[in-house]
Design a protein. Structure first.
Length: 249
C-alpha cells in the first residue's frame, strides 16, 4: 500500500485573521468572525456545490499552512491544561501534526456565484460566505463536507480535558481613542466592537499567562487593522488603540 497521497487545493480562505495570534482555539467561539472560501481549479464550478445551500453548517478540511514548515511534535502542551502538561499530538487539536491537516465546523451564511462576463458556460468564482471561523487568511482548503447534526453531534461524548466550553469571565472596555475610531469605522465594519470583544473574552495570550495580569501591551491584526490592548486587572482588558496598519508606528 502506498504511504503517500497527493492532494489538490480546492479553495482558499479569506479571513479577518491576518496572523496566528488571536485566532480562537476552536471554531464557533467567535461568531462575529466572518470570512469566505473561494473555490479553485476544477472545483470552481456551480455543480460541485449543488444542494449545499440546504445545510446551515459545513466541515472545512484544510492545511495548517502557517505552521506547516515547522514540522510536527509527538508531544504538545494543550492550552486547556495550562500549557504545562504534555500529551500526545493525536490527543489534541495542535497544529503540529504528522500531516498538517485541520478541520473546522463553520456556519454557511450564503453561497455567491460570480459569473464570467467572457463565458456563458464557465463562472468566474464560486464563493462560500462563512462565519464562526478559526482560520488564518489564505488557508488552503482541501475538502468541504456538509455538517450532519444527527450523526456529527454526539451529545453524550466524552472529551477529557475539553469537556466544557471555556468560561468567559473577562470584561472588555474601550478607551476614548478606541471608541472614537470604532465610530469612524462603523460603516465599513459594523460588528467590529463585538468581534474584538468575542476574541478578547477568550484571552488569546499563551496558556501560562492566562488568569494572570501582566503589563504588556498586546497587538492583534484583524482585517487591515492593528488593535492594541492590555490587561488592567486579572479579568479586565482595555482596548487602547485601533489603527490602520499603515498608520501604525
Amino acid at each position: 500500500m502506498s504511504q503517500s497521497i497527493s492532494l489538490n487545493y480546492i479553495g482558499s480562505v479569506s479571513s479577518p485573521y491576518k496572523e496566528k495570534f488571536a485566532i480562537p482555539r476552536q471554531p464557533g467561539l467567535v461568531s462575529a468572525a466572518k470570512g469566505s472560501i473561494t473555490l479553485l481549479g476544477d472545483a470552481n464550478i456551480v455543480e460541485v456545490i449543488r444542494g449545499l445551500e440546504a445545510f446551515s453548517h459545513i466541515w472545512v478540511i484544510f492545511v495548517f499552512h502557517g505552521t506547516q514548515d515547522q514540522g510536527w511534535k509527538p508531544l504538545v502542551r494543550p492550552p486547556r491544561l495550562g500549557g504545562n502538561a504534555k500529551i500526545g499530538t493525536l490527543a489534541t487539536r495542535s497544529t503540529f501534526r504528522p500531516n498538517p491537516i485541520g478541520m473546522s465546523v463553520v456556519k454557511l451564511d450564503s453561497i455567491e456565484v460570480i459569473n464570467n462576463p467572457e463565458s456563458t458556460i464557465q463562472v468566474k468564482s464560486v464563493i462560500l460566505n462563512i462565519s464562526g471561523l478559526d482560520l488564518l487568511d489564505g488557508t488552503p482548503v482541501i475538502d468541504i463536507k456538509p455538517y450532519i447534526p444527527y450523526s456529527d453531534a454526539i451529545v453524550d461524548a466524552q472529551a477529557s480535558y475539553a469537556q466544557e466550553t471555556p468560561s468567559k469571565e473577562i470584561s472588555i472596555s474601550f478607551n476614548d481613542e478606541a471608541t472614537q475610531t470604532l465610530k469612524r469605522l462603523n460603516k465599513k465594519y459594523p460588528e467590529l466592537k463585538t468581534f474584538i470583544c468575542q476574541i478578547l473574552e477568550q484571552d488569546p495570550r499563551p496558556a501560562y499567562k492566562q488568569n494572570k495580569k501582566d503589563d504588556k501591551v498586546y497587538g492583534m491584526a484583524l482585517y487591515n487593522l492593528n488593535i492594541k490592548w492590555q490587561f488592567v486587572s486579572v479579568y479586565d482588558i482595555s482596548v487602547i488603540s485601533i489603527n490602520h496598519k499603515h498608520d501604525d508606528v
